[in-house]
Write a protein that binds this ligand. Structure first.
Ligand SMILES: [Zn+2]
Ligand SMILES: [Zn+2]
Length: 135
């Protein structure tokens, strides 16, 4: 216990100095600098499904850092664009995959989603071109 008392005595000598240094700093310390850095979550409406989604401050910082524009689609739509859907070719029965972004492209353009695998589609194309040449 005696040693502790000695220690506090030493601190007492140091403390007044620190208090003196702290006081003016606290009074001057400007908060606005921090406030501008604090980002708020942004609520956007998805251009694909019309659902509202939130871009967190961390995401905003990430997009700003990378020089990207803020996403126009919600996380679900962004995910489904990457997702692949498996279809079965009506001609040869082979399975082929289409990305969500491709499917939404077809829908947007008013095209029917292909029912044939890429090789059958190519084959049909070639045959059409050949039959045209033959005519
Ligand atoms: Zn969406
Ligand atoms: Zn096929």
């Amino acid at each position: 216990m005696a040693t502790k008392k000695k220690a506090t005595k030493v601190e007492e000598v140091v403390e007044p100095k620190m208090e003196f240094e702290d006081d003016p700093v606290e009074a001057v310390d400007p908060a606005p600098v921090q406030a501008t850095e604090v980002l708020k979550p942004i609520t956007l409406t998805c251009v694909e499904c019309g659902q509202e989604f939130i871009i967190s401050p961390a995401e905003q910082k990430f997009f700003a850092k990378m020089g990207y524009e803020l996403p126009k689609r919600c996380i679900d739509c962004r995910d489904s664009n990457k997702k692949e859907t498996t279809f079965t070719c009506v001609d040869c029965g082979a399975e082929f995959t289409m990305k969500g972004s491709e499917l939404s492209f077809y829908k947007k353009c008013g095209f029917e989603v292909p029912k044939r695998c890429p090789s059958c589609r190519n084959f049909k194309k070639i045959r059409n071109e050949r039959s045209k040449e033959a005519e």
